[in-house]
Each structure stands twice: as C-alpha cells, then as structure tokens.
Design a protein around this ligand. Structure first.
Ligand code: ZN
Length: 191
C-alpha cells in the first residue's frame, strides 16, 4: 500500500461510486535489525543466526519496496571511545548549514517548477541535471550489472549523487559522488 504514495506522492482511494486522489508526500525513515538476533556485524557480541535465518529475515521486506527507498545504509553500534570523543565530528549546526546551502542550489536549479528537490526529479530531469563523465558512467554501469539494479535504482543513484555533489558545492557529478550514492544501496545486494 505504501508503494504508490512513495512513488508519486498521491494516494488513490477507489470506492464503487468514485475515485479520489489525495496528496500524500512524505519522507519515509525506517529501521530494521541486520538479523533476527540483532548482532550480525557487531563487534561487541556474536550473532547466533544461520545464513538461512538471516536470508529469510531480510526477505520479509519486499524487493519492490526496497527499490523505492533512496538510501539504505548500515548503522553500526558506536564504540565507547567514539561515543565519548568530541573530536572530528560534524555538529548539527554545521550539518544544517550544508543542508540549507544544498537546498538553495536545488531551488535555483528548478526555479518555479513543480519539482523542488533532486529526489522528486523525473527521468527527463535526471538526464538533464545528472550528466556523468565517462569514469562515473562506467562505475554506474558496473554496479547496475553486478547488483542487478533496476531502472528505478539507476535514477535514484543519479539523484543521490546529484545531492552529494550539491552538498559538496560541486557543479558537476564526479566519480566520488556516484561511488557514494552506489554505497547507499546496501539492501539491493542482500536481497
Ligand atoms: Zn543474528
């Protein structure tokens, strides 16, 4: 049920006499454990699950839904030392500045159009605003083949790379932006 609003920002309710379309744009943030016991990949405790159990657990979330989520990442537990250390961390205020700046870049890019953010670009806009150099093109091609990515995942990678470039203040998408965007498709590899 969540697929349609995720995809086009509308929800359609059909009854015998009429069909009504409601606006339903939202940001989906979801979390799941890496395995049934929750410790797969943890440095602190040992995971007791079998590969079969992990596979069955991960397959509970449907491929088409995962395909519609822009960014999937691992969030490992934080070690005590890192938890206590104050150095080298990006604080929320700086992060906010970067986000606002990237938002301004996007507002300028799309002008008064219906689309306001990279995430909402149509395929045509992706072609226009996410031009890739040959190195990025090759990297994307390899990822598509290796992980069997869909056309939708292809566009999502381009959009996320565009945002990564915007956050870095870069005019063009560079290979490191595409590489970062590809690394955010973790679940495509597991399912
Ligand atoms: Zn486990």
């Amino acid at each position: 049920m969540i697929r349609q609003p995720l995809e086009d920002g509308f929800i359609t309710v059909s009854r015998a006499k009429s069909t009504i379309r409601f606006p339903a744009q939202f940001m989906l943030v979801a979390a799941m454990n890496p395995c049934p016991c929750g410790y797969f990949g943890s440095y602190a405790r040992r995971c007791k699950c079998t590969p079969g159990q992990i596979e069955r657990y991960l397959s509970k979330i449907s491929g088409p839904l995962v395909d519609r989520i822009d960014i999937h990442i691992d969030v490992p537990a934080i070690s005590f030392t890192r938890l206590r250390s104050k150095s080298g961390q990006l604080d929320s205020a700086t992060m906010k500045q970067d986000v606002v700046r990237a938002g301004d870049v996007q507002a300028k890019r799309f002008g008064d159009g219906k689309v306001m953010t990279n995430a909402r670009m149509s395929h045509k806009q992706v072609e226009k605003w996410c031009r890739l150099d040959s190195a990025s093109e090759l990297m994307l091609k390899q990822a598509m083949t290796e992980f069997g990515l869909s056309a939708r995942a292809h566009d999502k990678i381009c959009k996320v790379a565009r945002t990564t470039a915007d956050l870095a203040g870069a005019e063009d998408i560079a290979p490191e932006h595409i590489a970062e965007a590809i690394s955010y498709r973790k679940l495509d590899r597991k399912l």
